[in-house]
Ligand binder design. Structure first.
Ligand code: 3HC
Length: 689
């Protein structure tokens, strides 16, 4: 059951790695590779060695799931030293991806051949790490630091063609990469040439080092506190040392990053992103429906953004309004957004024209008749939605998916307006819809599995991160956001000021705090929704009553002189807040940034626990993916549920109990699931599987 098969073809021993799905370098693979090199060297009939792979990938890197566990010998650097020091030349036959430790295996070889479609990269930076098996030492020695450092800094893979140009590959083989690798291995053996031994290859040139130092300076400026950028710079600088010493520097830095909370968070996100794609109860036997055309109802900001998503993905879309003027406005707005991309150079004029041509404006719902999917993005009011779906039921073709972009409303009630509730689902985009990655797919009871599967596949085609959620007020994201919004208002009344609350969240890693965000989105939106639901928020209501709707009116929680984007503290708002505290008999007190964070985030975690209890989210990781992709939660903080685990659920329970008692609000008491996990000394991570 070895994961590395050794087969001798002529004079060449071919070691084939077979560890599905992506040939990650598990302990068994490392051991298999080390044994293969050893026995090929011991076999007098073998002159050279090829490392090849079965399946789609060459090697996707170290096995990320092994990080954080006790190391199992042999270590990857040990295996790579054995490859590099092999008395017989070793050639890598690369098909598919050679990533991270996978590219490091290839770098330790004496020759490298790849198929044209192969991708080569060192993506460790995206996991909060740096290459840890000699990549930072061998890559710059082989292709120069000026080219190698940017590859490691971005983590983006390069094509085989570019790798050949860089000298990272010896050859690009149009087909049968193993045969080409065997030929190269035989040639190297015949010539007695050890080819380029990457570790030993010369020092970096002075000019190369200068370019690297300039790039490093810029990278450090933009590092945003991520420790792996500085570590990468330090490791590449260590190429000035003899190889073994440089490799020791890299290893020390790598191991300290593996233990760092930020890398743990990013690794959690890596697995959560993949898990979210698996919808409970919907297996590969459920075949998605074909989506060749779409219709979007409503040409407002949201509907226009959704139509752009379809056009960007090359799917023809009919954009529908009730009146020509509104339609013209919507189409013009879309054109203007594309124009900005053209001005910035990220879109060509031809591409803009192609996308605009895919958007067919139409007045009246009858135009939705031919669409395989209809996304309704009309006014957020049940009566409006029901009327639209009732009419759609009459015109849409059989089997078409009818999706509502509602952010709060009950999807089954919308579906009840049709005779085909199985085809009615929610597709909740986030604003701006053409930019934000998150797509909540609402799966009401009674919806057809293949309708949900279709939405997931389509979501990915539109470049989104689809998360399937259950039906329930505000679904996952907005339901938790509401808790944070209420917490922010409570903090103002209790003694904090808007800039203090915002600073706590920015310090945590969000791009913006709740008040700057509210000013940007428009305070009147929440006001209208509170009024509709009979809810009150003393400060937020008073600000709206004064007409301070945010940036669009020049003032909200902050003042925006002459259309400035960054708000300034507003003495009038601060006086208004103090007055409301006094009216409510609250003696204002100051809060530390940690207290503010706990008061904002603990109630969100509590709501997350309720969402899990109710089955609205399938897994804690799904909630994390929602918050990272839809609400700018910093990925290196892993999402709210991961964060809660890192704080400790027992502490969160204690803080919530204290808060509930202080405010006198039973709704803030810890959810049963949260209490149970805390009492058992567990975290949300224990709910997996
Ligand atoms: N370790 C463990 N599991 C991995 C893995 C890895 N390096 N790479 C992928 N997988 C798993 C995924 O979790 C997924 O598992 P699942 O089916 O149980 O959900 C499965 O392989 C397939 O992965 P994807 O769904 O991502 O498949 P795609 O075909 O879309 O993408 C890929 C394949 C491009 C290889 C992508 O998985 C990827 O980018 N992988 C990570 C690459 C990476 O970061 N490598 C560096 C690792 S760190 C390292 O090497 C340190 C070294 O320097 C010492």
């Amino acid at each position: 059951m070895t994961q590395v098969q050794l087969e001798v073809r002529g004079k060449v021993a071919v070691a084939t790695i077979d560890n599905p799905p992506v040939n990650a370098l598990s302990a068994a693979v490392r051991e298999g590779l080390a044994n293969a090199i050893k026995s090929a060297n011991a076999d007098a009939a073998v002159a050279a060695i090829v490392i090849a792979s079965a399946g789609k990938a060459f090697i996707a890197g170290a096995d990320i799931s092994e990080f954080g566990q006790p190391p199992a010998p042999p270590s990857l650097p040990e295996v790579l030293d054995a490859i590099e020091n092999s008395a017989k030349p070793v050639v890598a036959a690369i098909q598919g991806v050679a990533l991270g430790g996978g590219l490091e295996v290839a770098l330790a070889c004496h020759g490298r051949v790849a198929l044209p479609a192969a991708k080569l990269g060192l993506p460790e930076i995206k996991l909060g790490l740096i290459p840890g098996a000699g990549g930072t030492q061998r890559l710059p020695r082989l292709i120069g630091a000026a080219k190698g450092f940017p590859m490691m800094l971005s983590g983006e893979p390069i094509s085989a063609g570019l790798a050949l140009e860089y000298g990272l590959l010896d050859e690009v083989a149009s087909s049968d990469v193993a045969a080409a690798a065997i030929r190269l291995a035989e040639a190297l053996a015949a010539e007695g040439r050890r080819a380029v031994r990457s570790a030993a290859t010369g020092e970096l040139t002075e000019a190369d080092r200068e370019v690297f130092e300039a790039l490093a300076k810029d990278a450090l400026k933009k590092a945003d506190g991520m420790p792996n950028v500085a570590a990468l710079v330090e490791a590449v600088r260590a190429t000035a040392l003899p190889f073994a010493e440089g490799a020791a520097v890299e290893r020390r830095l790598f191991l300290s990053l593996v233990a760092d909370e930020r890398s743990k968070a990013l690794r959690h996100v890596f697995f959560a992103e993949r898990e979210v794609a698996k919808v409970p109860g919907i297996g590969p036997e459920v075949k998605p429906r074909e989506i060749a055309s779409a219709a979007v109802i409503g040409a407002g900001t949201m509907g226009g953004g959704i139509a752009m998503c379809f056009a960007n993905a090359g799917i023809p879309v009919t954009l529908i309004e009730t009146a020509q003027a509104a339609l013209d406005n919507g189409v013009n707005r879309i054109g203007a957004i594309y124009d900005i991309s053209v001005q910035r150079g990220s879109l060509t004029l031809e591409a803009k024209a192609q996308r605009m041509a895919l958007i067919k404006p139409a007045v009246g719902l009858a135009a939705a008749a031919g669409a395989d999917i209809v996304v309704e993005a009309a006014f957020e009011e049940m009566g409006v939605k029901q009327q639209i779906f009732g009419e759609l039921d009459k015109v849409a073709k059989p089997g078409a998916i009818l999706a509502s972009n509602t952010s709060y409303l009950d999807v089954p009630t919308i579906a009840a307006a049709t005779k085909r509730p199985q085809d009615v689902i929610g597709m909740h985009f986030f604003s701006p819809a053409n930019v934000m990655k998150l797509l909540e797919i609402v799966r009401p009871a009674g919806s057809a599995d293949d309708a949900i599967a279709t939405a997931v596949v389509l979501g990915r085609k539109l470049g989104k991160v689809p998360v399937v959620v259950g039906n329930g007020f505000g679904f996952v994201g907005n339901r938790m956001l509401e808790q944070r919004t209420r917490a922010a208002e409570r903090l103002l009344v209790a003694g904090a000021l808007p800039h203090e609350v915002d600073a706590a969240l920015v310090g945590f890693g969000f791009k913006m705090g709740p008040f700057a965000m509210a000013d940007l989105a428009g305070n009147d939106i929440g006001w209208r929704s509170r009024k509709a639901r009979g809810l009150k928020a003393a400060v937020a209501d008073a600000i709206c009553e004064a007409g301070w709707f945010g940036q669009k009116t020049g003032r909200g929680y902050y003042i925006y002189p002459q259309g400035a984007r960054a708000g300034q503290r507003c003495p009038e708002v601060e006086a208004l807040i103090a007055r409301i505290s006094a009216e409510q008999g609250v003696t204002r007190r100051s809060f530390t940034q940690e207290e503010i964070l706990a008061r904002l985030l603990d109630p969100m975690v509590n709501e997350g626990a309720r969402i899990l209890e109710a089955g609205i989210a399938a897994r804690p990781g799904d909630i994390d993916i929602v918050w990272i992709n839809g609400y700018n939660w910093p990925a290196w903080r892993g999402g709210p549920m991961f964060w809660a685990d890192s704080v400790g659920l027992d502490l969160i329970v204690k803080r919530l109990e204290a808060l509930a008692a202080e405010i006198g609000d039973k709704a803030l008491e810890p959810a049963p699931l949260l209490k149970r996990l805390a009492a058992e000394g567990k975290g949300f991570a224990n709910l997996k599987g």
